[in-house]
Design a protein around this ligand. Structure first.
Ligand SMILES: NC(=O)c1ccc[n+]([C@@H]2O[C@H](COP(=O)([O-])OP(=O)(O)OC[C@H]3O[C@@H](n4cnc5c(N)ncnc54)[C@H](O)[C@@H]3O)[C@@H](O)[C@H]2O)c1
Length: 407
């Protein structure tokens, strides 16, 4: 009998497909079941073809929970809570539950997710903290940090041209625009890079927050019409931000020192792929990461471009199928999916939470809500003063009232 943990995928879209690519490099796990309204047979075939399991396609969550040791939620954000309720009801034997970012769309939902997951070991899937470049960079600078001191400024960005599925564009379903979708990455990895080595993930205390959010690209007539034609989304009805810059000031509770973290996210970036960019400034040394700088490239001439079937075959979110394109050795590894999944599998096998658990996902949800609140109020917020309000806060953009704060 195999001693691998049996994983059940919930959701079989873009993200689950990416995770399946990563699982070829992860030990101690096989894909045993899939539950999703769409895409499950295709994902099952991908798993079989790449040798990561012989999953059965399940008709219900109850059936899935009975067939696996661990569940991975890769379904849309609006489905999180109902799925977690079912896991809570049917998953008594599970070794652990993983959930994709964001944990939830607001604090009420995030607290409910944590509560429903309390019988289980958990993994909050924030891949960027697991990026080998992030982890190795931090490790390599450890001795310098010991000698010179911790970082004082971090800038973290994720930018591409806009998401692939219609539900991402409906802030009532997704939770907001780009800041709910990708700000949760940038705020988390920024917080992580700023944290002094050896300290817990939530050691730095949020002190102040400022934000500026805008509808920069997708509110313009050409792009609005394209959104309607390609994704069936009418952005006049419930627009959301496609550009966000949120500045956090964190306080070191031991030294009182302040650390600046800037999270920049956009769906406005035209490039041959997704850009993840992190800069970490410390006294006398720095760390710089940009995933669009690769030692590899492709070139496709105009007369050959007619043969390109899928622009994203070179790189996730590529907007071009010709000219000079970025080529990467192993995207799931570069973006941290391999390490985050290995970490979760090892943790569940050992009977503990992953490095990032649902409680951490709740902390990140709070940072995201602070960003929206600061933008809505148009002023610098002192984090201590808004803690209670954040607990029940639902951003206007999430309520479908983006017009009131984006124009
Ligand atoms: N870590 C990352 O960088 C990253 C990247 C992409 C997506 N994500 C996250 O992954 C999740 C899924 O995104 P995606 O890009 O795969 O979306 P998608 O639209 O490509 O796929 C969604 C999948 O979920 C299924 N689904 C819909 N409703 C469901 C329900 N009620 N129960 C079960 N399955 C359901 C759909 O049929 C589909 O198979 C989102 O939460 C997103 O934030 C994370």
């Amino acid at each position: 009998m195999s001693n691998k943990l049996r994983l059940g995928f919930v959701g079989a879209g873009f993200n689950a497909g990416f995770q399946a690519r990563a699982l070829r490099f992860v030990r101690g796990v096989e894909v045993a079941a899939i539950f999703a309204p769409e895409g499950a047979p295709q994902l099952a075939e991908q798993c079989r073809a790449s040798g990561i399991g012989e999953p059965k396609v399940c008709a219900t969550m109850k059936e899935l929970c009975g067939a696996v040791d661990m569940v991975g939620i890769s379904a849309p954000n609006f489905a999180r809570l109902d799925l977690m309720r079912e896991i809570n009801q049917h998953g008594a034997n599970l070794a652990g539950v993983m959930c994709e970012k964001p944990l939830a769309r607001n604090m009420v939902e995030a607290r409910e997710m944590v509560k429903l997951a309390s019988p289980f070991k958990t993994a909050y899937l924030e891949n960027q903290i697991h990026m080998p470049l992030v982890r190795n960079g931090k490790a390599q600078l450890a001795s310098l940090e010991a000698a010179m001191g911790a970082p004082y400024i971090v800038r973290s960005a994720e930018e591409h041209g806009g998401p692939h599925s219609g539900w991402f564009w409906d802030p009532r379903q997704q939770g907001g625009g780009v800041f709910c979708d990708m700000g949760c990455h940038s705020a988390a990895v920024g917080w992580y890079l700023a944290t002094p080595r050896g300290k817990p993930l939530n050691f730095l205390v949020p002190h102040k927050v400022q934000a500026s959010m805008a509808l920069a690209k997708w509110g313009r007539p050409f792009w609005k019409a394209k959104l309607l034609a390609d994704r069936g989304v009418n952005y006049d009805e419930a627009p959301a931000e496609d550009y966000a810059v949120v500045n956090y000031t964190f306080r070191n509770p031991e030294t009182g020192e302040l650390v600046q973290v800037q999270a920049t996210d956009s769906w406005c970036y035209s490039a041959p792929g997704l850009k993840l960019e992190m800069e970490c400034m410390s006294p006398g040394f720095s760390l710089n990461i940009n995933t669009l700088t690769s030692p590899g490239s492709l070139f496709i001439a105009d007369y050959a471009a007619v043969a390109v079937g899928d622009m994203e075959s070179a790189l996730e979110k590529s907007e071009a199928g010709r000219g000079k394109l970025v080529l990467m050795e192993n995207e799931p590894d570069t973006y941290g999916y391999v390490s985050e999944l290995q970490d979760a599998v090892d943790a569940f096998a050992a009977g503990r939470d992953a490095m990032l658990n649902f409680g951490y996902g709740l902390d990140v949800a709070r940072l995201v809500m602070m960003g929206y609140m600061a933008h809505e109020e148009g002023r610098t917020l002192l984090c201590d003063e808004i803690q209670d309000e954040l607990e029940t806060y639902v951003p206007l953009i999430q309520q479908g009232r983006g017009k009131e704060v984006l124009y």
